[in-house]
Design a protein around this ligand. Structure first.
Ligand SMILES: Cc1cc2nc3c(=O)[nH]c(=O)nc-3n(C[C@H](O)[C@H](O)[C@H](O)COP(=O)(O)OP(=O)(O)OC[C@H]3O[C@@H](n4cnc5c(N)ncnc54)[C@H](O)[C@@H]3O)c2cc1C
Length: 305
């Protein structure tokens, strides 16, 4: 990577936001991962697209991230540039809310509540950004992004142009969207909600938060559910039936509280987590014939499962 690219990045983003050899454990909820060659936070959508254009023009490998709540990064770090979406504007207009990719879902859900809009209660406890939630079609408690998004504005890295896609065109599926198949970057999303009663919205939000606290190991770093739900079954149930409740490898463990969560019990390395994921898949397969697929996105070297 040339110093020239670094200098140009500093002319687009705030120079204090252009970091080198930045530990990814500080930018992921798993709290593991080595250094990214460059880590830059784009504070506006324009900055984000300018940064990406620069990286593409200079053939610099890059990955766009949000809050790092669904990421597992290699101990060897990331060769290239991590672009963190920091643009977090949220605007409510009637029953619609427009939010930039870097806005936290919890804040969008709070804006919905403030404006007496219902539909986003399920998302208030998901610790991701709008961008990450759109990419993953994040969902919980019977709803998902697909049900509340009316359109998404993306940057197409193939044409270098912005494009706005309708909810149908986003091709949302279980923990997937068109962004998994085409090199788009999520810039902004528009949510279409319904008028509701603030008291009921708060009650539902509080109820779901309590359910999370009682069922999920929120006291430990993790990336949420490690595996996708297999057709007609539950990853946590299969892991438990394979005798893996509490199974530990180095600092990584299958949560006692919720077997679907791999947690960092303290100073886990990515090699511990990936090793544990491999063991779990193998043992669950031997026990049940089901091969679990990770929901967590792996970044960097030696992260094949
Ligand atoms: C305690 C806990 C509970 C969780 N509960 C849930 C839950 O109930 N339901 C659920 O679905 N998930 C859950 N998750 C997982 C996670 O929060 C979601 O997947 C979330 O949507 C990820 O958002 P993020 O901003 O953190 O994305 P990141 O982890 O930063 O990125 C995820 C993926 O999206 C890509 N990406 C991110 N932003 C952009 C962008 N702007 N443009 C293009 N690509 C982008 C990244 O490259 C990566 O491939 C949980 C995680 C934790 C830690």
């Amino acid at each position: 990577m040339t110093g020239n690219v670094l200098e140009q990045l500093k002319s687009i983003a705030d120079p204090s936001e252009v970091l080198t050899n930045e530990p990814m454990k500080d930018h992921t909820t798993f709290k593991v991962g080595g250094g990214a060659d460059i880590f830059v936070t784009a504070k506006t959508i324009e900055e984000a697209t300018d940064i990406v254009r620069l990286l593409l023009a200079n053939n610099v490998r890059f990955t766009v991230i949000g809050n790092g709540s669904n990421l597992l990064v290699s101990d060897k770090g990331y060769r290239g540039c991590i672009v963190c979406m920091g643009a977090d504007t949220i605007r409510a207009d009637g029953t619609r809310i427009k939010a930039s990719a870097g806005a936290m879902l919890s804040k969008v859900a709070k804006t919905a509540y403030d404006n007496s809009l219902t539909g986003l209660e399920f998302a208030s406890g998901i610790p991701g950004s709008v961008g990450g939630a759109v990419v993953m079609n994040a969902g919980a408690y019977g709803s998902e992004m697909k049900n509340v998004i009316s359109s998404v504005t993306l940057f197409d890295t193939a044409t270098l142009l912005p494009v706005t896609l309708s909810c149908d065109e986003m091709d949302f599926g279980y923990r997937t969207s068109v962004v998994k198949k085409h090199p788009y970057i999520v810039l902004e999303a528009e949510f279409e909600l319904e008028c509701g009663d603030r008291k009921l919205i708060k009650e539902k939000t509080d109820e779901l938060a309590a359910a999370r606290r009682s069922k999920q190991p929120l006291e430990y770093p993790s990336a949420g559910s490690t595996f996708k739900r297999p057709e007609g079954n539950f990853a946590g149930k299969l892991i438990e039936e394979a005798g893996l409740r509490g199974y530990q490898k180095g600092g990584a463990a299958v949560s006692d509280k919720h077997c679907g969560f791999v947690i960092n019990k303290g100073n886990a390395a990515a090699t511990d987590v990936i090793g544990l994921i491999r063991d779990v898949r193998q043992k669950v397969f031997e026990q049940s014939g089901v091969m679990l697929e990770p929901e967590v996105v792996m970044l960097g070297e030696d992260m094949d499962i």
